[in-house]
Design a protein around this ligand. Structure first.
Ligand SMILES: [Zn+2]
Ligand SMILES: [Zn+2]
Ligand SMILES: [Zn+2]
Length: 146
């Protein structure tokens, strides 16, 4: 478990009041990046007892709006959250087991890839996701795969 005070500071720096559910959500996502809201809600209840799923969803939304959390929505997967924000990093996702790995952005700033023709748009983001099979899944013989 990480030092609780850093979460208090992050909340205050973002102009948010420090509450137990907010601290718990940040703590869980720091330890388990790219978690779903359901996973976070289960973890918060383990820490704090009776916190409603709605409360956890509200915390996730508020922290995302304030830039404390980043929300990603890989194709075919539920929405996931992480505390690593503001660095425009990308994700590498295993098609078989769903594992998600952070990939540093070479440019560090969005948009890190520009099209040949921007059609007059001011482009602010290129959403880049790498898909493949992780080393563990590659070791499973094809005939044992479902
Ligand atoms: Zn895998
Ligand atoms: Zn990430
Ligand atoms: Zn990039």
């Amino acid at each position: 478990m990480s030092d609780r005070h850093q979460f208090h500071r992050r909340l205050r720096d973002a102009g948010m009041r420090v509450t137990a559910p907010r601290v718990a959500v940040l703590e869980i996502l720091d330890d388990h990046p790219h978690s779903t809201a359901d996973f976070v809600a289960t973890g918060v209840r383990e820490h704090l007892g009776g916190v409603s799923t709605q409360t956890v969803y509200d915390v996730l939304r508020a922290c995302t709006n304030r830039g404390l959390l980043r929300r990603i929505e890989p194709a075919g997967s539920p929405v996931r959250y992480e505390t690593r924000t503001g660095d425009n990093h990308h994700h590498l996702i295993c098609r078989r087991c769903g594992e998600i790995v952070d990939i540093d952005c070479a440019a560090g700033q969005a948009p890190c890839a520009l099209p040949d023709d921007d059609h007059g748009y001011r482009i602010d983001e290129a959403e880049l996701t790498y898909w493949g099979e992780c080393p563990r899944c590659l070791e499973i013989p094809a005939m044992q795969r479902q």
